[in-house]
Design a protein around this ligand. Structure first.
Ligand code: TXA
Ligand code: MG
Length: 319
């Protein structure tokens, strides 16, 4: 029997019973557990094979819950939260003493967001506790954007994927930390940098830390397909470097018109939003076709293109 189900009551029961449930969000599916259950949190780490130094995001039902999670809310954090929540933005703030160290990997800060998905918002509103949820993929593999991706990863490990359809945004939330009360980008993501800057002004990016990173999702190769994957400006040119190979190409908007290739066009309408929403699904698809190589096209370096390039860089051998 499939573990994919729309039964919210069953999800409530499992979560209350300290079990894990995969939940839909607008970004990617999360592997969720009660933040106050040591058993549930430990099993998130062991199910994902995630190292304990990598902290989890706390998901809350509304901005009103924030004060029970954090010790201090900088002015600009409040402004960002009221502007973008529910939405694809995670804030890293000084943690409240009640938040277990397991969740924050011993840090004195906690990552928190209000996800913008009707099913998960309904779930959170009915639970007396917030949910810790990292992306629902084994450590190092591609984040899931459909229930079936999660079921394929974890069907032997968890009892339920709460079905909320395909994720609208398709890449993870943008993570913002605070240094001396000023916002700093820790991870580029589904909320474009320009949209954030329109609210709080110019913001610095600390996206590239690699050892003991502020946001360990920033480890150099993190979102990796198993097939060798290249990221290039000129895909046709790179194709010539792989004679007699089975090649998959992932392009933004323009077909290469080459019948010898397996091609996925991310957005024929030239929409970065559409491209972002299809990115991981397309990598998943290409990764299951037994190809020798995948060649991905680099995006224009603005708006969501910046975030897409960030994910592609981590998935690939950049040239
Ligand atoms: O869109 C998303 O953010 C999804 C959905 C499920 O909400 N979640 C997600 O979680 O991408 P995860 O665990 O795959 O990535 C969370 C990132 C990690 O890179 C982690 O290091 C960082 O958030 N993080 C968590 N707590 C932090 C903290 N206190 N300081 C800095 N980074 C933190
Ligand atoms: Mg992740």
């Amino acid at each position: 029997m499939s573990i994919i189900s729309k039964d919210i009551q069953k999800a409530i029961q499992l979560l209350t019973d300290e079990q894990l449930v995969a939940i839909p969000t607008e970004t990617v599916y999360g592997l969720a557990g009660n933040i106050y259950s040591e058993k549930a949190i430990k099993s998130i780490f062991s199910t994902k094979k995630r190292p304990f130094f990598n902290p989890l995001i706390v998901h809350i039902s509304s901005i009103d819950v924030l004060a029970t999670i954090v010790a201090h809310i900088p002015k600009k954090a409040k402004l960002l939260a009221t502007t973008f929540w529910p939405g694809a933005m995670t804030l890293v703030l000084k943690k409240n003493a009640k938040i277990p160290d397991l969740i924050t990997a011993g840090k004195d800060t906690v990552a928190v967001r209000v996800p913008n998905h009707p099913v998960t918002l309904a779930l959170l509103k009915q639970l007396p506790f917030p949910l810790a949820a990292p992306s629902a993929n084994p450590f190092g593999s591609i984040s899931p954007t459909k229930p079936v991706h999660v079921a394929n990863y974890f069907k032997n490990d968890i009892q339920m994927v709460l079905d909320g359809g395909a994720c609208k945004n398709g890449i993870e939330s943008t993570i913002i930390g605070f240094e001396n009360e000023e916002p700093v980008i820790y991870r580029l993501g589904a909320l474009a940098l320009e949209d954030i800057e329109a609210v709080v002004g110019k913001i610095s990016i600390k996206n590239k830390k690699e050892n003991s990173p502020d946001a360990p999702g920033m480890l150099a190769r993190h979102y990796a397909p198993a097939t060798k994957t290249f990221l290039v400006d000129d895909v046709s040119l790179e194709v010539k470097n792989h004679p007699k190979k089975k090649i998959g190409v992932l392009v933004f908007k323009t077909s290469l018109n080459n019948k010898n290739l397996t091609e996925i066009i991310l957005s024929e309408n030239n929409s970065m939003q559409e491209a972002a929403s299809k990115l991981y699904t397309s990598l998943h698809v290409l990764d299951t076709l037994n190809l020798d190589v995948i060649i991905a096209e680099r995006f224009p370096d603005s708006g969501l293109g910046k975030s897409i390039n960030d994910r592609l860089q981590r998935a690939t051998f950049s040239l």
